[in-house]
Design a binder for this molecule. Structure first.
Ligand code: ADP
Ligand code: NI
Length: 209
């Protein structure tokens, strides 16, 4: 890696870490780091011909922009101000970065949209892999706790937002929504873990009911 690339990555790490210092643990700096590592792993496995610097920066910043936690206009202003000061990049890099992170989100993905660019495919796969397996379980309950949602449906809260429902709505579907072979390979064990977690969870709820 060139020294200018290193300095861009190091500055971005600092910016993201600082921006996420009070984040809910499911969307924090550790999540950004995992998505960065998974993205690079997938890209190398796929021998993807793309700008690895853009991939790494996009992975690090992807959740700064999350409408669930902050006003997107405000986040965008802060991201823009940070990158405007970076000497290593030009306008084209910034525009590609904005386009890329705007397209990662699962919840904002449109139905029947055409297959996205390879870089978006890889970032989506990495972000989704981190939503399944043991880490996925931890993240789902962390987010549910942050929103004060019940673990599962109860008389007290006939709430479609209970966290167990999120497994049905999204997490169990993830393995069939991945684009790359590399991510599909990594998803197998994580998906099985979700199923076994749900079985055990339901046994314990039955036992105590
Ligand atoms: P994206 O940022 O791609 O739109 P999400 O923010 O929906 O994706 O998902 C990111 C993480 O937040 C995942 O780990 C997911 O399980 C968790 N999450 C999102 N919505 C819920 C929910 N309703 N209940 C529990 N966890 C959730
Ligand atoms: Ni994310």
């Amino acid at each position: 890696m060139q020294p200018t690339e290193r300095s861009l990555i190091e500055a971005t790490e600092k910016f993201v870490k600082n921006s996420l210092r009070e984040a809910e643990p499911g969307h924090d700096w550790l999540h950004a780091q995992r998505v960065r590592s998974l993205s690079l792993k997938i890209a190398r496995f796929e021998k993807a011909a793309l700008d690895y610097r853009l991939l790494e920066v996009a992975a690090l910043v992807h959740d700064l922009y999350d409408h669930k936690f902050s006003d997107p206009h405000d986040s965008f202003r802060r991201i823009k101000a940070f990158f405007a000061e970076r000497p290593e990049i030009d306008r084209q890099f910034f525009d590609q970065l904005v386009y890329t992170i705007n397209n990662i989100s699962f919840s904002r993905q449109k139905k029947d949209e055409p297959k996205p660019d390879l870089i978006v495919q890889i970032l989506r796969d990495a972000d989704r892999l981190d939503a399944i397996g043991a880490i996925g379980v931890a993240r789902a309950f962390s987010y549910g706790g942050y929103r004060k949602r019940p673990f599962y449906d109860s008389d007290q809260a006939k709430d479609p937002g209970n966290t167990l429902q999120h497994f049905e709505d999204k997490l169990l579907k993830i393995k069939d929504l991945l684009y790359t072979n590399a991510a599909q390979n990594m998803a197998g064990k994580r998906h099985l873990f979700l199923i076994s977690f749900l079985e055990q969870f339901s046994d314990e709820v039955d036992q105590s009911g």
